[in-house]
Design a protein around this ligand. Structure first.
Ligand SMILES: Nc1ncnc2c1ncn2[C@@H]1O[C@H](COP(=O)(O)OP(=O)(O)OP(=O)(O)O)[C@@H](O)[C@H]1O
Length: 260
């Protein structure tokens, strides 16, 4: 991939909070593909997402989307430039229904690939719950809505922060299918993941973040069979991990684990 055909090209990105440096010269480049960023708790994965989408100002470096600088733009301008965000915790409005969430973006989605109807077709479960408020949805339904809302922006890049967190395996399957479908349709997907098994299924390349930089890159299921690398990069124990391998000290089956 050359600099010209990169969808996302991040160079020497620096960001943090006050005097605390979190992103310390992070570089990554991706084309139309799905890429996962893994790392222990506190390594700066959410900070990376927030900086890419303009929630947090970079203190140095560059972020280019299809060659165009987007660092320094406000979140809305970044979304308009072409990066949609599915934030950790989904950030939905508890008092708005599913329909109302999608209606907010319906006008700008008109005539494009992803409209509210297309989102309902992708997630039939969401269509059944269209008149329910955000607070009445299960964790899986909330994640579908958060993804659907991002799709309505019809951007060339979607950034997802820990999309599989707390989801039942069947919902993770749905998420994996959606990400593959997006890539097949020409949309790049950058996913931050704590869960190695989910990361391997969601993305062809896994980048490991250590101390605010990308320290290593793996492809396919390389990391799954290498406990010593998991221990080194993700902080998981050296004994064989159970069904789901989760970086740091987070639980695989989070408290909002659901079967919806
Ligand atoms: N709003 C904030 N103000 C100050 N420090 C923060 C803030 N948000 C995060 N940090 C610090 O920045 C560092 C990176 O946090 P970040 O949430 O980006 O890591 P992470 O890799 O996403 O971890 P996790 O998986 O636990 O969410 C941590 O040391 C964290 O305490």
């Amino acid at each position: 991939m050359t600099a010209n055909d990169a969808v996302l090209d991040v160079r020497d990105l620096r960001a943090g909070y006050g005097s605390s440096v979190v992103l310390d010269g992070l570089s990554l480049r991706m084309g139309v593909e799905s890429v996962a960023v893994l790392g222990r708790n506190g390594m700066g994965k959410t900070t990376l997402c927030d900086t890419l989408v303009g929630f947090l100002a970079a203190s140095g470096g560059e972020v280019r989307l299809a060659g165009r600088r987007v660092d320094g733009l406000a979140p809305e301008a970044v979304a308009n430039a072409g990066i949609a965000y599915v934030p950790q915790g989904r950030r939905l409005f508890p008092s708005l229904t599913v329909d109302e969430h999608l209606a907010m973006l319906a006008r700008r989605a008109r005539g494009k690939r992803w409209t509210p109807d297309a989102v309902y077709e992708l997630f039939p479960r969401l269509a059944q719950r269209r008149h329910h408020g955000g607070a009445a949805l299960s964790g899986g339904e909330q994640q579908m809505l958060a993804v659907g809302r991002a799709l309505l922006l019809n951007t060339p890049l979607v950034v997802m922060d820990e999309p599989s967190e707390g989801l039942a395996p069947t919902i993770v399957d749905v998420l994996v299918d959606v990400v593959h479908q997006l890539v097949a349709e020409g949309v790049a997907v950058l996913v931050v993941e704590q869960n190695l098994r989910a990361a391997v299924r969601l993305a062809d390349r896994q980048l490991v973040m250590v101390s605010g930089r990308i320290e290593a890159e793996f492809t396919g299921a390389e990391l799954v069979d290498r406990p010593e690398l998991q221990h080194r990069y993700l902080g998981v124990g050296t004994s064989p991990a159970p069904a789901g391998i989760t970086a740091g000290n987070k639980r695989e089956d989070g408290s909002d684990h659901d079967t919806a």
